[in-house]
Design a binder for this molecule. Structure first.
Ligand code: CA
Length: 227
């Protein structure tokens, strides 16, 4: 799994990184709310661990902003403020779970597994964005009810963009998650462009609502409009 840890206390951040990497997870640490929000515009995660007390933009602001932007990654809030009010606010603003510091690492792992499991209930169900529907069980795609024929790689690419719909997916992420390569190259960038233009032709060309958008210098986003 790939986790984003948003935590300004170096000691806590390091302990989380070490523990999670020990479980075989990939960990990215951001120390401020602003950096975390910036990171979410060009990177995708399976779970976000979010400290509430951050310098500047605090955890609750990060949470409400990322939910407003359509980021649906499960969020586990980490808080030292053990008050009922904060817990309620945390869950109302889109957190999936919370843990009060100090907590046992085993407890954190259990919570992470639980939110990911809940998230994965929909992992095999159909994905829909506007009139695009993706049946993940049969790998069939329709736009406005009409079947769309895709190659295996085109399907993988479209599925990844749809799974993280309304989030910008960077070229680096596509290289890693769809092409399963460790490093970007000019050749691979061209291959990605070719696949994106084929998907545009197959998915968008006959429809007034375009779904596949380029975010210049970063990557791509699948969403209903250009915003
Ligand atoms: Ca803190």
């Amino acid at each position: 799994m790939r986790l984003l840890v948003v935590e300004d206390e170096q000691k806590v951040a390091n302990a989380l990184r070490e523990g999670l990497e020990g479980e075989g997870d990939e960990v990215v640490v951001e120390r401020t709310g602003e950096d975390a929000l910036e990171r979410m515009t060009h990177d995708t995660f399976d779970v976000i661990l979010l400290d509430l007390t951050l310098p500047g933009c605090d955890g609750l602001q990060v949470l409400s902003t990322c939910r407003e932007r359509g980021v649906e990654t499960p969020v586990v809030v980490l808080t030292a403020r053990d008050t009922l009010e904060d817990r309620v606010i945390g869950l109302d603003s889109g957190a999936d779970d919370y843990l009060v510091k100090p907590f046992a690492f085993a407890e954190l792992l259990a919570r992470i597994r639980a939110v990911v499991r809940r998230g994965r209930v929909t992992e095999t169900g159909p994905l829909a964005v506007d009139s695009l529907e993706i049946d993940r069980a049969t790998r069939q795609v329709t736009r406005a009810g009409r079947p769309v024929e895709l190659t295996a790689k085109e399907f993988d690419l479209l599925h990844y963009l749809a799974r993280y719909a309304r989030q910008v997916v960077s070229r680096d992420t596509l290289v890693r998650e769809v092409w399963r390569e460790t490093a970007r190259s000019t050749t691979l960038d061209n291959v990605i462009d070719v696949h994106i233009s084929r998907l545009r032709r197959k998915i968008d060309s006959d429809h007034p609502v375009k779904l596949i958008h380029t975010v210049r210098g970063v990557g791509f986003v699948l969403r209903e409009d250009a915003q």
